[in-house]
Design a protein around this ligand. Structure first.
Ligand SMILES: *Cc1c(COP(=O)(O)O)cnc(C)c1O
Length: 423
């Protein structure tokens, strides 16, 4: 039976049988027992499915991954120990030394470094493009060894909306998948697979957890990309894997090829699994994701409108404002609301921005974003301080940009705190 997202938030992934716990249990065990040596051998050959070691699979982690896959409308998902690990695995599962990919330049600072610096050391190159360029200029970035295109539904910290359908079409014209980091929108407000995206990633650390209790990530596969049609590009999926006795992922697992390879190769060899306890906490967060997202969006809309009217504010980026550059894209992809994150700048100097932040009361200065508590950050002094001014501008981060993550407190209290700090 088809269920609404609200119901999946509560019931997805875990269906207790008679006498089993109503709440998802924490399977705090590294290993799982079998009766015969033969049973265990079949698991190692991927001929049978079952749990044997938590680095590869754990029932608590799996239940939460299934819930996230159901929310996104994908065929499968894997949880990782962080959002960084999720984005690394999503790319590394189809790129190797000598390969290239294309990414939006308006992405999270950590991802910017991972792609531009660390992957480069592994021999994987990327080209940063401005998503506002015309098709011709973007298509000029493709090379014969280009393996995927990457963007964020709503960029962190610039709050820009990514034109998913357009980028899916461009990627598919070149025979490669589109990967979208859907952290800020969450599947409650946008499901990128419905717009042609092939792989979704998440930092579950943010809204999905929602309470700043655990760092985690997820990779979700739509199952829609036809790897075999472009087999020469994706030989890791379409030719025999020597580390599994010559098994070929697309032949053996069909629509589950990408996600199965990610677990059986990358998780096996690199680790980065979440602790089952963390997945349990994430699951409690997911149970209220639909309720919290509505409150984040309604609060942020009111705060953005208030900021826009305030004479001390120079500019506001929030796609729910009709004046916003991304309003039309927001209405298309995020008709029920985007998220709680607003980017704005104050009239005055960089120091004025810092003074404003220091005078806030319950609104806290933290690196974190997108959870129940309203918080602020000055990317140029904090998350993005390793970028040069030019890279900052390229990443769409103005030096005066303040990232305000509107929480789910009473909106009048949030506005009152901002107002007294501005005064
Ligand atoms: C925070 C964040 C990440 C990195 O996630 P961690 O869980 O901190 O490793 C990746 N993408 C986006 C959009 C983020 O906001």
């Amino acid at each position: 039976m088809k269920r609404s997202l609200d119901t999946i938030c509560i019931h997805g992934g875990w269906k207790p049988a008679k006498g089993e716990p109503q709440q998802l249990p924490v399977y705090q065990s590294t290993t799982f027992k079998y009766e015969t040596s033969e049973q265990m051998a079949r698991l190692f050959d991927l001929e049978d499915s079952g749990y044997f070691y938590t680095r590869l699979a754990n029932p608590t982690n799996d239940a939460v991954a299934k819930k996230i896959a159901a929310l996104e409308g994908g065929v499968g998902a894997v949880l990782t120990s962080s959002g960084q690990a999720a984005n690394f695995y999503a790319i590394f599962n189809i790129c190797e030394a000598g390969d290239h990919f294309i990414t939006s330049n308006t992405i999270y600072g950590g991802t910017f470094n991972l792609f531009g610096v660390t992957l480069k050391k592994l021999g994987i190159e990327c080209t940063f493009i401005d998503p506002d360029w015309d098709d011709e200029r973007i298509e000029a970035a493709f090379r014969p060894n280009t393996k995927c295109v990457f963007g964020e539904t709503i960029s962190n910290p610039g709050a820009k909306v990514f034109d998913i359908e357009r980028f899916a079409e461009i990627a598919h014209r070149h025979g490669v998948p589109l990967i979208v980091d859907n952290t800020f929108a969450t599947p409650i407000n946008c499901r990128p697979f419905e717009w042609g995206c092939d792989i979704v990633t998440h930092s579950t650390t943010k809204y999905m957890d929602g309470h700043a209790t655990q760092v985690g990530g997820a990779v979700v596969d739509s199952g829609n990309f036809n790897w075999e049609a472009h087999g020469e590009k994706f030989h890791g999926l379409t030719t025999p894997d020597e580390s599994y006795h010559g098994l070929t992922y697309t032949e053996s697992f069909g629509k589950m090829a990408y996600i199965t390879k990610l677990v059986t190769q990358l998780m096996r060899d690199l680790g980065s699994i979440p602790a089952p306890q963390n997945s349990f906490l994430l699951n409690i967060g997911l149970e209220t994701l639909h309720l919290r997202m509505r409150q984040h969006c309604s609060n942020a809309q009111k705060v953005a409108e208030w900021l826009e009217r305030n004479e001390k504010v120079a500019w506001v980026n929030y796609c729910g404002l009709p004046s916003d550059k991304y309003y039309a894209l927001g209405q298309k992809y995020l008709p029920d609301g985007s998220c709680g994150v607003i980017a704005f700048g104050l009239k005055g100097s960089r120091e004025d921005a810092i003074r404003f932040m220091d005078r806030l009361d319950f609104i806290s200065i933290v690196t974190h974003v997108a959870d129940a508590r309203t918080c602020v950050l000055h990317p140029a002094s904090h998350t993005h301080r390793q970028l040069t001014d030019e890279q900052l501008r390229d990443a769409g981060v103005a030096p005066d940009l303040i990232r305000l993550s509107v929480g789910i407190e009473n909106v009048d209290d949030i506005i009152a705190d901002i107002e007294q700090a501005l005064k």
